[in-house]
Design a protein around this ligand. Structure first.
Ligand SMILES: NC(=O)C1=CN([C@@H]2O[C@H](COP(=O)(O)OP(=O)(O)OC[C@H]3O[C@@H](n4cnc5c(N)ncnc54)[C@H](OP(=O)(O)O)[C@@H]3O)[C@@H](O)[C@H]2O)C=CC1
Ligand SMILES: C=C(O[C@H]1[C@H](O)[C@@H](CO)O[C@H](OP(=O)(O)OP(=O)(O)OC[C@H]2O[C@@H](n3ccc(=O)[nH]c3=O)[C@H](O)[C@@H]2O)[C@@H]1NC(C)=O)C(=O)O
Length: 220
C-alpha cells in the first residue's frame, strides 16, 4: 500500500482496512504519514518499522531517492533521515485482515485511547520518552515501572502546575495548556518535572516533544 506523506495516519488506516490490510495501529495517531515514518510512530505494540518497506525521499540537493527501511535505521521514536530530507511517499506491506474485524479493532483502539489519554485537551501527545525504550502495548503483562507517566506520578508531579501549564491529571506524561499557558510556563514545568523525577528516582527523562527556536527555559 502506497501513501503520500501528507496523508493523515487515521485516513490511511481506514482506507487500508477497507482494502483488507491491517494498518489499524495508525488509526489513533494524530499526525501524518511523513511524521509517522520520521518518528517511527507506533502504539499498542505495533510500529511503522513493522510494516514499512521503503520511503521515497527528496534530499536537500533536490534529488529523489528511495530509502529502504534498513537505511532509515528506525528505532523507538527515531529514524536516521538525512538532514533536511523530506519524505514524500511511503510503501507499506501490511498483514491482511478481514475488513469488519479491522474496523472493530480500530474502534477498540479509539475507546482505549479515550479512556487512558486526554485526547480532547490541548497537548502535544506524550511529553517525555519512556525510559524503558518502548511504548506501552496495552497488554496485561506490560510493566510500567520505567514508563514516564509512572515515574512522574511517583515523584508527586501528577497535576503539578506552573501558570497555565499542568501535568495532566488523567495521564501524567501529557504536558497540557489548561488555558493561557506561555512557552515559558510549559517549558519550566517540563524542566521542573525532569528535576523532580531525577531527585526521586535518579532517572533523567528525555523530551519526546521537539522544541524549536530559543528555549524559554534552559534544560536542567
Ligand atoms: N503513538 C502515539 O500514540 C502518538 C505518537 N505521536 C508521535 O508524534 C508524531 C506526530 O506528531 P506531530 O508532532 O504532530 O508530527 P509531525 O508530522 O508534525 O512531525 C513529526 C516529525 O516528523 C517530521 N516530518 C513530518 N513530515 C515529514 C516529512 N514529510 N518528511 C520529513 N520529515 C517530516 C517533522 O519535521 P519538522 O519539524 O521539520 O516539521 C517532525 O520532526 C507521530 O509520528 C508519532 O511519532 C503523536 C501522538 C500520538
Ligand atoms: C501518545 C504517544 O504515544 C504513546 C502511545 O499512544 C501509548 C500506547 O501504545 O504508549 C506510550 O504511552 P504510555 O507508555 O504512557 O502508555 P498509555 O497507553 O498512555 O498508558 C499505559 C497504561 O497506564 C495507565 N496510566 C497512564 C498514565 C497515567 O497517568 N495513569 C495511568 O494509570 C493507562 O490508563 C494505561 O492503562 C506512548 N508514549 C511513549 C512516550 O512511548 C506519543 O508518543 O505521543
Amino acid at each position: 500500500m502506497r501513501a503520500g506523506a501528507a496523508a493523515l495516519d487515521a485516513h490511511v488506516a481506514r482506507r487500508a482496512a477497507e482494502a483488507g490490510l491491517d494498518l489499524t495501529f495508525l488509526r489513533t495517531i494524530p499526525g501524518t504519514i511523513g511524521g509517522a515514518v520520521r518518528m517511527n510512530a507506533g502504539c499498542y505494540g505495533t510500529y511503522v518499522s513493522d510494516v514499512l518497506v521503503e520511503a521515497r525521499v527528496v534530499l536537500r540537493d533536490g534529488s529523489m531517492v528511495v530509502m529502504p527501511k534498513a537505511d532509515l535505521d528506525l528505532a523507538y521514536r527515531s529514524s536516521r533521515l538525512p538532514e533536511g530530507a523530506v519524505i514524500v511517499e511511503a510503501l507499506f506491506a501490511p498483514p491482511p485482515g478481514e475488513p469488519a474485524a479491522l474496523e472493530r479493532r480500530m474502534e477498540e483502539q479509539i475507546a482505549r485511547r479515550d479512556a487512558s489519554q486526554p485526547v480532547r485537551d490541548r497537548t502535544a501527545g506524550s511529553t517525555f520518552r519512556n525510559p524503558s525504550g518502548h511504548s506501552s502495548t496495552g497488554r496485561s503483562d506490560d510493566t510500567h515501572e520505567m514508563k514516564a507517566w509512572k515515574l512522574i506520578e511517583d515523584a508527586g508531579m501528577r497535576g503539578a502546575r506552573i501558570g497555565g501549564a499542568i501535568m495532566n491529571p488523567k495521564h501524567a506524561n501529557f504536558l497540557t495548556n489548561a488555558g493561557g499557558a506561555s512557552a515559558a510556563d510549559l517549558e519550566s514545568l517540563g524542566e521542573a518535572v525532569r528535576k523532580a523525577v531525577y531527585d526521586h528516582s535518579g532517572v533523567t527523562l528525555e523530551w519526546e516533544i521537539m522544541r524549536v527556536g530559543e528555549p524559554a527555559c534552559r534544560e536542567g
